[in-house]
Design a protein around this ligand. Structure first.
Ligand code: CA
Length: 272
Protein backbone atom coordinates (compact mmCIF):
# COMPACT_ATOMS: atom_id res chain seq x y z
CA UNK A 1 0.00 0.00 0.00
CA UNK A 2 2.20 2.85 -1.15
CA UNK A 3 1.35 6.02 0.63
CA UNK A 4 3.74 8.86 0.03
CA UNK A 5 6.31 9.84 2.63
CA UNK A 6 4.32 12.72 4.11
CA UNK A 7 1.92 10.23 5.65
CA UNK A 8 4.19 9.01 8.36
CA UNK A 9 5.19 11.91 10.58
CA UNK A 10 3.41 10.06 13.34
CA UNK A 11 3.05 13.16 15.46
CA UNK A 12 0.66 12.60 18.31
CA UNK A 13 -1.55 15.50 19.05
CA UNK A 14 -3.01 16.74 22.24
CA UNK A 15 -4.78 19.98 22.85
CA UNK A 16 -1.71 21.85 23.98
CA UNK A 17 0.54 20.48 21.26
CA UNK A 18 -1.74 21.09 18.32
CA UNK A 19 -0.53 24.60 17.60
CA UNK A 20 3.08 23.55 17.27
CA UNK A 21 2.25 21.21 14.44
CA UNK A 22 0.55 23.74 12.23
CA UNK A 23 1.62 23.18 8.66
CA UNK A 24 0.53 25.55 5.93
CA UNK A 25 -2.53 23.38 5.36
CA UNK A 26 -3.42 23.21 9.00
CA UNK A 27 -2.91 26.93 9.27
CA UNK A 28 -5.42 27.33 6.50
CA UNK A 29 -8.05 25.62 8.66
CA UNK A 30 -7.30 27.95 11.55
CA UNK A 31 -7.34 31.12 9.56
CA UNK A 32 -10.57 30.25 7.88
CA UNK A 33 -12.17 29.34 11.15
CA UNK A 34 -10.89 32.45 12.85
CA UNK A 35 -11.96 34.52 9.87
CA UNK A 36 -15.61 34.05 10.71
CA UNK A 37 -16.54 37.45 12.13
CA UNK A 38 -16.51 37.43 15.90
CA UNK A 39 -15.61 33.75 16.14
CA UNK A 40 -13.97 33.31 19.48
CA UNK A 41 -14.11 29.56 19.88
CA UNK A 42 -10.92 27.58 20.19
CA UNK A 43 -9.52 26.84 16.77
CA UNK A 44 -9.79 23.18 15.88
CA UNK A 45 -8.99 21.29 12.76
CA UNK A 46 -11.71 19.38 10.99
CA UNK A 47 -13.12 16.20 12.51
CA UNK A 48 -12.55 13.25 10.21
CA UNK A 49 -13.85 9.71 10.52
CA UNK A 50 -11.73 7.07 8.80
CA UNK A 51 -13.54 3.80 8.08
CA UNK A 52 -10.94 1.28 6.95
CA UNK A 53 -10.42 -2.38 7.90
CA UNK A 54 -6.78 -2.65 6.79
CA UNK A 55 -4.92 -1.62 9.90
CA UNK A 56 -1.75 -0.34 8.25
CA UNK A 57 -3.72 1.87 5.88
CA UNK A 58 -5.94 3.10 8.71
CA UNK A 59 -2.88 3.98 10.79
CA UNK A 60 -1.17 5.79 7.91
CA UNK A 61 -4.34 7.79 7.27
CA UNK A 62 -4.74 8.60 10.94
CA UNK A 63 -1.11 9.70 11.37
CA UNK A 64 -1.14 11.78 8.23
CA UNK A 65 -4.42 13.52 9.05
CA UNK A 66 -3.44 14.10 12.68
CA UNK A 67 -0.25 15.76 11.42
CA UNK A 68 -2.57 18.11 9.52
CA UNK A 69 -4.31 18.94 12.79
CA UNK A 70 -7.41 16.93 11.98
CA UNK A 71 -9.33 15.41 14.86
CA UNK A 72 -9.36 11.79 13.66
CA UNK A 73 -11.62 8.91 14.71
CA UNK A 74 -11.25 5.47 13.17
CA UNK A 75 -13.58 2.54 12.65
CA UNK A 76 -12.43 -0.89 11.49
CA UNK A 77 -15.81 -2.14 10.24
CA UNK A 78 -18.68 -0.68 8.30
CA UNK A 79 -21.07 -1.17 11.24
CA UNK A 80 -18.79 0.74 13.60
CA UNK A 81 -18.36 3.46 11.01
CA UNK A 82 -22.10 3.71 10.51
CA UNK A 83 -22.64 3.93 14.26
CA UNK A 84 -20.05 6.69 14.75
CA UNK A 85 -21.18 8.71 11.74
CA UNK A 86 -24.80 8.56 12.86
CA UNK A 87 -24.13 9.50 16.48
CA UNK A 88 -21.88 12.54 16.10
CA UNK A 89 -21.23 15.10 13.38
CA UNK A 90 -18.02 14.88 11.33
CA UNK A 91 -16.63 17.39 8.87
CA UNK A 92 -15.66 14.49 6.63
CA UNK A 93 -15.89 10.70 6.40
CA UNK A 94 -13.13 8.83 4.56
CA UNK A 95 -14.80 5.54 3.72
CA UNK A 96 -13.06 2.48 2.31
CA UNK A 97 -15.24 0.71 -0.18
CA UNK A 98 -14.13 -2.85 0.53
CA UNK A 99 -15.08 -3.69 4.10
CA UNK A 100 -15.97 -7.00 5.71
CA UNK A 101 -19.71 -7.41 6.24
CA UNK A 102 -21.60 -4.39 4.90
CA UNK A 103 -19.37 -2.74 2.33
CA UNK A 104 -18.62 0.94 2.06
CA UNK A 105 -21.35 1.77 -0.44
CA UNK A 106 -24.04 0.05 1.63
CA UNK A 107 -22.94 2.09 4.64
CA UNK A 108 -22.96 5.25 2.54
CA UNK A 109 -26.48 4.63 1.20
CA UNK A 110 -27.71 3.95 4.74
CA UNK A 111 -26.17 7.19 6.02
CA UNK A 112 -27.71 9.25 3.23
CA UNK A 113 -31.09 7.61 3.84
CA UNK A 114 -30.80 8.65 7.45
CA UNK A 115 -30.32 12.25 6.32
CA UNK A 116 -26.61 12.41 7.23
CA UNK A 117 -25.18 14.68 4.59
CA UNK A 118 -21.59 15.24 5.69
CA UNK A 119 -19.01 15.02 2.89
CA UNK A 120 -17.86 11.45 2.15
CA UNK A 121 -14.69 10.52 0.29
CA UNK A 122 -14.76 6.89 -0.87
CA UNK A 123 -11.51 4.95 -1.23
CA UNK A 124 -11.46 2.02 -3.57
CA UNK A 125 -9.03 -0.60 -4.80
CA UNK A 126 -11.05 -0.91 -7.98
CA UNK A 127 -11.02 1.90 -10.44
CA UNK A 128 -13.31 1.83 -13.41
CA UNK A 129 -15.83 4.29 -14.74
CA UNK A 130 -18.72 2.04 -13.59
CA UNK A 131 -17.14 1.83 -10.16
CA UNK A 132 -16.93 5.61 -9.82
CA UNK A 133 -20.44 6.12 -11.09
CA UNK A 134 -21.77 3.58 -8.60
CA UNK A 135 -19.93 5.35 -5.79
CA UNK A 136 -21.20 8.78 -6.74
CA UNK A 137 -24.74 7.43 -7.16
CA UNK A 138 -24.56 6.01 -3.63
CA UNK A 139 -23.95 9.53 -2.33
CA UNK A 140 -20.15 9.89 -2.37
CA UNK A 141 -18.83 13.43 -2.78
CA UNK A 142 -15.51 12.25 -4.15
CA UNK A 143 -13.75 9.09 -5.05
CA UNK A 144 -10.07 8.14 -4.81
CA UNK A 145 -8.46 4.96 -6.16
CA UNK A 146 -5.87 3.01 -4.20
CA UNK A 147 -2.96 3.26 -4.27
CA UNK A 148 -3.08 7.02 -3.88
CA UNK A 149 -0.51 9.70 -3.14
CA UNK A 150 -1.08 11.26 0.26
CA UNK A 151 -0.84 14.87 -1.00
CA UNK A 152 -3.71 14.11 -3.36
CA UNK A 153 -5.78 12.68 -0.54
CA UNK A 154 -5.10 15.81 1.53
CA UNK A 155 -6.04 18.10 -1.33
CA UNK A 156 -9.36 16.29 -1.68
CA UNK A 157 -9.92 16.32 2.09
CA UNK A 158 -9.35 20.07 2.17
CA UNK A 159 -11.71 20.70 -0.73
CA UNK A 160 -14.48 18.58 0.80
CA UNK A 161 -14.15 20.06 4.27
CA UNK A 162 -14.12 23.57 2.86
CA UNK A 163 -17.29 22.86 0.92
CA UNK A 164 -19.04 21.25 3.88
CA UNK A 165 -18.03 23.91 6.38
CA UNK A 166 -18.71 26.69 3.95
CA UNK A 167 -22.33 25.70 3.83
CA UNK A 168 -22.62 25.24 7.58
CA UNK A 169 -20.70 28.24 8.79
CA UNK A 170 -21.44 31.04 6.41
CA UNK A 171 -25.22 30.90 6.15
CA UNK A 172 -27.16 31.22 9.36
CA UNK A 173 -30.88 31.52 9.88
CA UNK A 174 -33.44 32.29 12.56
CA UNK A 175 -36.98 31.66 11.34
CA UNK A 176 -37.30 33.62 8.08
CA UNK A 177 -34.21 35.74 8.80
CA UNK A 178 -31.15 34.67 6.80
CA UNK A 179 -27.63 35.98 7.41
CA UNK A 180 -24.81 35.24 4.99
CA UNK A 181 -21.54 35.86 6.79
CA UNK A 182 -19.41 35.73 3.66
CA UNK A 183 -21.56 37.88 1.42
CA UNK A 184 -22.49 39.99 4.45
CA UNK A 185 -26.10 40.10 3.35
CA UNK A 186 -29.27 39.84 5.39
CA UNK A 187 -32.77 39.00 4.26
CA UNK A 188 -36.01 38.70 6.16
CA UNK A 189 -38.85 36.79 4.48
CA UNK A 190 -36.85 37.10 1.25
CA UNK A 191 -36.49 40.91 1.38
CA UNK A 192 -33.06 42.49 1.74
CA UNK A 193 -32.41 44.17 5.09
CA UNK A 194 -29.92 47.04 4.80
CA UNK A 195 -27.59 47.34 7.77
CA UNK A 196 -24.55 49.38 8.73
CA UNK A 197 -21.30 47.54 9.38
CA UNK A 198 -21.83 47.67 13.15
CA UNK A 199 -25.43 46.58 12.92
CA UNK A 200 -24.38 43.63 10.78
CA UNK A 201 -21.72 42.59 13.29
CA UNK A 202 -24.23 42.89 16.09
CA UNK A 203 -26.83 40.82 14.26
CA UNK A 204 -24.28 38.18 13.20
CA UNK A 205 -23.18 37.84 16.83
CA UNK A 206 -26.74 37.43 18.06
CA UNK A 207 -27.55 34.89 15.34
CA UNK A 208 -24.44 32.84 16.11
CA UNK A 209 -25.71 32.68 19.69
CA UNK A 210 -29.34 32.16 18.74
CA UNK A 211 -31.50 30.94 21.56
CA UNK A 212 -28.85 31.95 24.12
CA UNK A 213 -28.61 35.05 26.24
CA UNK A 214 -26.09 37.60 24.97
CA UNK A 215 -25.05 40.01 27.69
CA UNK A 216 -24.05 43.64 27.15
CA UNK A 217 -20.59 42.67 28.40
CA UNK A 218 -20.29 40.08 25.62
CA UNK A 219 -21.33 42.64 23.02
CA UNK A 220 -18.93 45.27 24.40
CA UNK A 221 -16.07 42.79 24.34
CA UNK A 222 -16.74 40.89 21.11
CA UNK A 223 -18.55 43.35 18.87
CA UNK A 224 -17.22 46.69 20.09
CA UNK A 225 -13.86 45.14 21.04
CA UNK A 226 -13.92 47.20 24.22
CA UNK A 227 -12.10 45.49 27.05
CA UNK A 228 -11.91 48.45 29.39
CA UNK A 229 -14.84 47.91 31.70
CA UNK A 230 -14.85 51.50 32.83
CA UNK A 231 -15.98 52.63 29.37
CA UNK A 232 -19.75 52.81 29.58
CA UNK A 233 -21.15 51.30 26.40
CA UNK A 234 -24.60 50.34 27.63
CA UNK A 235 -26.32 53.28 26.01
CA UNK A 236 -24.47 52.87 22.74
CA UNK A 237 -25.40 49.19 22.64
CA UNK A 238 -29.03 49.95 23.43
CA UNK A 239 -29.25 52.48 20.64
CA UNK A 240 -27.76 50.04 18.13
CA UNK A 241 -30.02 47.19 19.23
CA UNK A 242 -33.05 49.47 18.93
CA UNK A 243 -32.06 50.40 15.38
CA UNK A 244 -31.33 46.82 14.48
CA UNK A 245 -34.67 45.70 15.87
CA UNK A 246 -36.43 48.31 13.79
CA UNK A 247 -34.77 47.08 10.62
CA UNK A 248 -35.19 43.38 11.34
CA UNK A 249 -38.50 43.13 13.17
CA UNK A 250 -40.59 46.13 12.15
CA UNK A 251 -43.46 45.14 9.89
CA UNK A 252 -43.23 41.46 10.81
CA UNK A 253 -45.77 39.66 12.94
CA UNK A 254 -43.11 37.66 14.76
CA UNK A 255 -40.40 39.48 16.69
CA UNK A 256 -36.98 37.84 16.72
CA UNK A 257 -34.83 40.17 18.83
CA UNK A 258 -35.79 40.16 22.51
CA UNK A 259 -34.53 42.15 25.47
CA UNK A 260 -33.73 40.26 28.64
CA UNK A 261 -34.29 43.02 31.15
CA UNK A 262 -31.20 44.14 33.00
CA UNK A 263 -28.93 41.60 31.34
CA UNK A 264 -28.85 41.70 27.57
CA UNK A 265 -30.51 40.32 24.49
CA UNK A 266 -31.41 37.14 22.68
CA UNK A 267 -32.52 36.29 19.18
CA UNK A 268 -34.95 33.45 18.80
CA UNK A 269 -37.94 32.29 16.89
CA UNK A 270 -41.21 33.49 18.37
CA UNK A 271 -42.30 35.87 21.10
CA UNK A 272 -42.00 35.46 24.82
CA1 CA B 1 -10.63 -2.55 2.85
Amino acid sequence: MPLSSSAGTGADRDDSGARHLLSDDALEWSVRRAGVPGASEIVQGPSVLVVEDEQNVAKALRDGLVAECCDVSTAGTGEEGFFLASTRPFDLVVLDRMLPGRDGLEILRALRQKGILCPVLVLTARDSVEDRVEGLDAGADDYLAKPFAFPELLARVRALVRRGRGDQLTRLAVADLAVDLTERTVTRAGSVVELTVREFELLAYLVRHKGSLVSREMLARDVWKETDRSTPLDNVIEVHVARLRKRVDQGHAVRLIHTVRGVGYTIREGDG
